[in-house]
Design a protein around this ligand. Sequence first.
Ligand code: TYM
Length: 332
Amino acid sequence: RTRIFSGVQPTGHLTLGNYLGAMRRWAAEDQHRADALFCVVDLHALTVEHDPARVRRLSRQAATLLLASGLDPEICTVFVQSQVDEHLRLSYLMECTASDGEMRRMIQYKEKAAAVQARGGSVRLSLLTYPALMAADILAYGTHEVPVGDDQAQHVELTRDLAVRFNQRYGATFVVPKAVHPPVAARVKDLQEPTSKMGKSHARSAGVVYVLDEPEAVRKKVMRAVTDSEPDVSYEPEPRPGVANLLEVLAACAGGEPRRLAEEYDSCGALKKDVAEAVVETLRPVRERHAELAADPGCVDAVLRAGAERARGLARPRVDAAFEAVGLRPMR
Ligand code: TYM
């Protein structure tokens, strides 16, 4: 059976980008067509300055949102990364497989490192080795497919390289995975800065729609989205990134195809109104279900405990095999 693995970082409140680019399809499709694991990657959240209590809170919230978005623990596995030691064990072997140069070439590293330095902070070594941990997440489970937004394509590509290299050096141990991206909204842009991705750790949140935003807040953010000075509506991502982003979000939320949808509007105002309503309606059931689930945190914790136990059982034999393959003494 196809094995799917994906994850989300608890570094901030989850956004419309996370939802449209990843979570929505995990629930609607992936969990039904494969043996799927979904992970709140809390170890990854430690690669930048963090407040312990906040990370703990956001981990539970992210897990609750995964369930609220429709992941069914009866048919898929939902868990928290730090509760399964195998990720850390394998991460070290991935650090021994990857080169310094290939880590430094990662776009996410360059961007995040630059942002940390611009604030006068120091870059954690774990920010550089981040993709080794991510490769471990994926490879520990014999994953075939990794459903992610576009921004993670480079990391999954590196994971493939590491799997191939490890297998060549030490014998067939890992499945070589591939990334799968959604047909629209694979990269939702910031509404205020439509050339950059909508991200959960942006300092300014005016351009970021959060999954748990109240409808009024969603409407306000969408209505204030930056477009351009052209009076009409057309789908041209290069010269008109703001309008194109709105059309993509509309297509993702209400169906249709961005280029076609553009023909139905003659003003950005009318387009924004429909985008706002489409986003509100898309997020409404998730927000409502989240409120119900959040009222019973014990239930979420029980799901995570069971998920971690299953994940451990799946990862253990392959990680043990990898340890032996590189020349470490057998565990048993
Ligand atoms: P993270 O937490 O940044 O994002 C979670 C998922 O949401 C997607 N995404 C977006 N999609 C479209 N538009 C956007 N603006 C947008 N922002 C985020 C991401 O592509 C991702 O699919 N490194 C990963 C977490 C991770 C992981 C893994 C993923 C760790 N280990 C193993 C897959 C497999 C990350 O930072 O995702």
